[in-house]
Design a protein around this ligand. Structure first.
Ligand code: C2E
Ligand code: SIN
Ligand code: SIN
Ligand code: FE
Length: 697
């Protein structure tokens, strides 16, 4: 079984160079166009297995499953060149865009996804510091010589003609002063600079005005009636809603005691009265800039934290998908990631049947399994059925929009909004439907979350498609191998029914044994299905036994017997060579064991390896009895058929010598069913024609 540690995993953190400058110089329309165009170029130029995520701002993350750091760096360099060689034209503005990238490979033994992203981010910073428009690998010095031309992309964007600084923008100022002349003076100074001024006549009035409409900054007089400046400041700073608003204390004489008291109250700045106009305006502006910068910084870090969490879930999913050994594992990883990203309790993946006529729930959490297994939605009906047929997603984000159609849930009530039913589309084909519902807290999905689900769905769809295709391929391979086995059988028995019978006998024995210690542990859920597919291959090695031996009506000579015995090893080796090409298929491994060891005896006197007891794999011990019961009860070129009763006696007598006593016990308990299967699946008269055909071909 492949573990996720077998696969390398890398990511590329990529950032548009000088994006702010571009935005400032040409405006947001051009900025948006640059972002969209760059995203498009990245998606088009990236490989199929890579996932391109926009991190917000002008930053992108590209997940590269199965890629080592150097491979990912080569990929990053390809993306860098692709972006560089494009001109983005919007109206009469033509912009050249360049990107910097940081690449990191996950150290599987020690590293969390967050750490990986952090290292990629650091590598990106290094690329920026080294002059931008280049790729750097994490964990080392910048290697502009390794990749990328490394000329500063600064020259690629024309510098803005007029610099428009955020901090020069209008500031909302509240002036709290009981002296009307002072208020008027300040108002005039600030309004001349284009700022928006409100006045408060005392401390209480100031609190009321802040409540009505919070300003960017407050100029506070120290001595005022109805709450002085200190008391008012204390109130503002003690309230989480207002405590971020900077307060500048204006006072005539900055006495030491006043300063200490003011600082204790939470005052941010002092300004001396009488006011000096130029200094006053500058102080207010720089204070506003600082406070906005801080707010923006906090906000962007909160966003980043949320992004980082989501992206690390996606990164985890990406490499879990790359390493998954079965469709079930793929589906489980997708569901876990979807639940975590959206904080929803109820997530299911529905897959279509072969004819794509209806959907069933292939895997789910938060749905009672009896309900889940009963769901069967015709394509085009209900929410999921329509989503599947049209490829459009259905989003019921508010309670008013709760869908009225409950058909496809059977008797279960439909979960409330928000509810998202998303088509999983790969190569323009819908391969399944992802349903997400029952969100903790019940609030609507926001735009970022929907985008995460989008990314997840794209990754999910291609992983599912790959597995469905792989299963179809396996089935095709299986049928080829079985056709081969059947052909081999046609020569030595009357019909291919022999394979049917031994398979059914083996399944009967398995059914009996799985309730018993110590077999219960080995016979897991997949065991019977694997056995059903493996059993027909037990004698596939007989293809190398010549007809004159196989169909000989007499006893075999020692030399002939030598050749006959080889069928066990030959069959096992044949299957092993198939396995070498499809390592994930478990039934083939079981088939190899059965082919090799179905003629071993429990007492060690069988062939080809003279294994004994539990050294003989369980499937082979089961197969041995099934095979012999059938050989005994049917006619063979070299022998007549025994009755069921005679066969039972022979097998009972071989308990502990040829056969595992536990398997014989299971046989004795179910012998009535053996007898009726033998009759039901007997080679009938019609099969004589088949024998002719098979033998002559
Ligand atoms: P097969 O005919 O499918 O028989 C499978 C197994 O059933 C045999 O494995 C043997 O364990 C058991 N078996 C078959 N007939 C009898 C029987 O009359 N009495 C008892 N006690 N057990 C029986 P084995 O012996 O390893 O033989 C493997 C294969 O070799 C047989 O497969 C058959 O194809 C061939 N073979 C065995 N003996 C002869 C023979 O005398 N003449 C010919 N032409 N082929 C033989
Ligand atoms: C730019 O790319 O110039 C803006 C951001 C940065 O320098 O890292
Ligand atoms: C679910 O209950 O989430 C899956 C069933 C459906 O959407 O029809
Ligand atoms: Fe055999």
């Amino acid at each position: 079984m492949a573990t996720q540690y077998d696969q390398p995993f890398s990511c590329i953190m990529l950032d548009i160079d000088h994006f702010k400058r571009c935005n400032d110089a040409y405006g947001h329309n051009v900025g948006d166009a640059v972002l969209r165009a760059t995203a498009g170029i990245l998606r088009m130029s990236s490989r199929k297995e890579q996932t391109v995520c926009r991190l917000g701002g002008e930053e992108f993350l590209i997940l590269c499953p199965s890629a080592t750091a150097p491979e990912a760096a080569v990929g990053a360099e390809r993306l860098r060149q692709a972006v560089e060689s494009n001109r983005i034209i919007r109206g009469d503005v033509e912009v050249s865009v360049a990107v910097s990238a940081g690449v990191a490979e996950r150290d599987h033994r020690t590293e969390s996804p967050e750490d990986l992203l952090k290292r990629a981010d650091e590598a990106l910073c290094t690329a920026k510091r080294a002059g931008r428009n280049r790729v750097c690998l994490a964990g080392g010095s910048p290697r502009p010589d390794l990749i990328g031309p490394g000329h500063d992309s600064a020259s690629l964007v024309r510098p803005p003609t007029t610099s428009h600084d955020v901090a020069d923008a209008q500031v909302k100022v509240l002036i709290a002063d009981d002296n009307g002349d002072d208020r008027a003076f300040c108002r005039t100074l600030l309004e001349r600079e284009g700022h928006d001024v409100t006045e408060a006549v005392d401390g209480l009035d100031a609190l009321a005005k802040v409540n009505q409409s919070p300003p960017d900054i407050i100029i506070m007089d120290l001595m005022m009636p109805n709450l002085n400046g200190l008391q008012c400041t204390r109130c503002l700073k003690g309230d989480p809603a207002t405590h971020g608003i900077p307060v500048i204390m204006a006072s005539a004489a900055a006495k030491g005691a006043d300063v200490v008291a003011s600082l204790e109250a939470g005052v941010d700045e002092f300004i001396a009265k009488p006011i000096r106009p130029k200094e006053f305006v500058l102080r207010v502006q720089s204070m506003a800039r600082l406070s906005r910068g801080k707010a923006e910084f906090i906000r962007s870090n909160e966003l980043r934290g949320e992004h980082a969490r989501a992206l690390s879930v996606l990164a985890d999913l990406s490499w879990a998908l790359a390493a998954a050994g079965s469709l079930e594992r793929v589906l489980d990883s997708i569901i876990a990631a979807a639940a975590e990203l959206t904080r929803c309790r109820r997530v299911s993946i529905m897959l279509p049947d072969k004819e794509r006529d209806y959907l069933t729930i292939a895997r789910s959490i938060g749905i009672d399994s009896s309900v889940a297994s009963a769901v069967r939605v015709p394509a085009g009906e209900g929410i999921a059925g329509q989503v599947f047929l049209t490829g459009d997603s259905a989003l019921f984000n508010t309670h008013e929009a709760t869908p009225p159609d409950t058909r496809f849930y059977g008797s279960e009530p439909l979960p409330g909004a928000p509810l998202l039913s998303k088509a999983l589309a790969a190569s323009n084909r819908v391969v399944g439907v992802l349903n997400i519902a029952e969100r903790h807290g019940g609030n609507a999905f926001d735009a970022a979350e929907l985008e995460y689900v989008n990314l997840l769905s794209n990754m999910a769809a291609s992983a599912i498609e790959e597995f469905v295709t792989r299963e179809a391929r396996d089935q095709a391979r299986e049928s080829v191998v079985i056709a081969l086995a059947t052909l081999a059988e046609y020569r030595d028995t009357d019909t291919g029914r022999h394979l049917d019978r031994v398979t059914r006998y083996a399944l009967l024995l398995t059914d009996e044994l799985q309730n018993e210690e110590p077999f219960a542990a080995e016979i897991d859920d997949e065991f019977p299905e694997d056995l059903r597919r493996a059993m027909p291959l037990h004698d596939v090695g007989k293809v190398v036994v010549p007809d004159h031996i196989l169909l000989k009506p007499d006893k075999l000579t020692p030399a002939e017997w030598e050749i006959m015995r080889r069928h066990a090893e030959v069959g096992a080796e044949t299957l092993r060579s198939v396995i070498a090409r499809t390592p994930a298929v478990r039934f083939l491994k079981m088939a190899e064991q059965i082919a090799r060891s179905h003629h071993e005896w429990y007492n060690g006197k069988g062939y080809p390896q003279a294994l004994s007891g539990e050294d003989i794999p369980l499937p082979a011990r089961i197969a041995a009895l099934a095979d012999v019961y059938d050989a005994l009860t049917t006619q063979r070129p070299y022998k007549d058929a025994f009755s069921h009763e005679a066969a039972v006696n022979i097998i009972r007598g071989a308990s502990g010598s040829q056969f595992d006593p536990a398997v014989v016990d299971a046989f004795l308990k179910r012998q009535a069913e053996f007898a009726s299967l033998a009759i039901q699946l007997a080679d009938n008269l019609d099969s004589a024609d088949l024998t002719q055909m098979a033998v002559s071909s």
